[in-house]
Design a protein around this ligand. Structure first.
Ligand code: GNR
Ligand code: NI
Length: 169
């Protein structure tokens, strides 16, 4: 297992569209394990392959308190969505930024589990938000895209400054 590097906004690679997984093999199992390890190490509740510069439709999530309920979903598709839920979102690719976002509260999502078996998940509130946040990554969308241009510009400037300081260390 290994910890993967997480891309950070405004890195253009976060804008790439992930392609569906086919011909599941050991390399995908390895990637899923590395993504889970990377997510737990970073203290996140979800991670999309896009964030580690792998442009395949794979996401991992663990919204449990005990961090002992890993969920993997590949080639996810939303079947239905309804309601509204507001949550102060964060993103491992947009460090130290938290903003309220409203998304559908109840979703049904279909996809493949880590063994390639079809699964359907009914999710509400935090899990629903997290699945939608990760699915956005897979199509090159970030939660900051839901904010005003001004707010997003300020976040971009702040992170660019942070990255410049980090590269001088
Ligand atoms: O760790 C994370 N927390 C979070 C909080 C609210 C809504 C979504 C998330 S996902 C985020 C990890 C991440 O960046 N996943 O892409
Ligand atoms: Ni994210």
């Amino acid at each position: 297992m290994s910890i993967l590097t997480i891309l950070e906004f405004p890195d253009e690679r976060l804008r790439k569209k992930a392609v569906p997984v086919k011909n599941l093999d050991n390399s995908h199992q390895q990637l899923i394990d590395d993504m889970l390890e990377t997510m737990y190490h970073a203290g996140g509740i979800g991670l999309a392959a896009t964030q580690v510069n792998i442009h395949l439709q794979i996401l991992v999530i663990d919204t449990s308190e005990e961090k002992n309920a890993p969920l993997c979903l590949m080639n996810p598709q939303i079947i239905s969505k309804e309601g509204a839920f507001e949550y102060k979102e964060g993103c491992l690719s947009v460090p130290e930024v938290f903003e309220k976002i409203i998304r559908p509260s109840n979703i049904i999502v279909k996809g493949l589990d880590r063994h390639g078996e079809t699964i359907e998940i009914e999710a509400i509130d935090l899990l629903s938000t997290c699945i939608q946040h990760e699915m956005d990554h897979l199509r090159g969308k970030l939660f900051v895209d839901y904010l005003s241009t001004l707010k997003r510009q300020r976040i971009k400037t702040k992170l660019e400054k942070m990255h410049r300081l980090e590269s001088k260390e």
